[in-house]
Design a protein around this ligand. Sequence first.
Ligand SMILES: O=C(O)CCC(=O)C(=O)O
Length: 290
Amino acid sequence: MAVLTREEIDRFWQDGVLTVPDAVSPGTLAAFKRDFDAWVEESRAQTGPYGECIDGRPRFDLQPGHTPEQPALRRVQAPTEVSRAYYEAMAESRMAQMVADLIGPDVKLHHTKINSKLPGAATEVKWHQDFCFTPHSNSDVITALLMVDDVTEENGPLEVAPGSHRGDLFPIWHDGVFTGAIDDDTAARMQKDAVRCLGPAGSVCLMHTRLAHGSAPNRSLDPRTLFICVYSAGDAMPLTPNPVPTSHQGLFVAGEDKGVIRSEPYEVLRPQYPKTSFFAQQSASERAAG
Ligand SMILES: O=C(O)CCC(=O)C(=O)O
């Protein structure tokens, strides 16, 4: 049974983005916060990226400037591997059903992560389109950003350029450097008309993989934690190695594997595989500019 209305589905395809409340239960939200708070506590004793994912890279990434007094845990890679609450929300929630309403009936997981902006941390996300990091044989790929905290004007909300998923793919390589970011002029143009995706904790922002987006640092005293699940249609095949590899990649959360590959024509520069996380890659744009 559909969770999204016809009007919501049409709005998603028109704008490339749709925010819906109550994607998970209050109990799940409480469990998310408990697990995340425990990771933040653990991070206080660390001085650099730590832990291990299935490819040997660190699971937990820290913003430069992190201290025990002011922790700046900015990324948890593949949290579904170390938390039951995050796993169940990825596999069985209304969020997964909503994605099936948009690109189903067959939907599988690509990867999961938590992006966190703790108060006082300078974490920002430069403008980009996810498809340039994770090209697939077709673009029925959705990034679902679940709000673990209330997302407000002040705490570094996701900002998007509505309709941009129907336009060009903008390079994230510049002068031979993989910056992971759209060029400054284009980004400034997008920023001018950007729409902020706000909502109470438990809302999900469903974003088309080609939609251009970014987000500013948290200027408030409240945290901004997003649990991000990237799903694709069952017949969309990843064309490059998963930058956030997980043992859960390929799990069908709706429908089944029909053994079909569907492709659409497009061209994109092959992304660079990250050494730690996406945030470190994007800081290359500062080095390139300087
Ligand atoms: O954490 C954010 O604000 C942005 C997330 C993002 O850019 C992404 O998931 O691609």
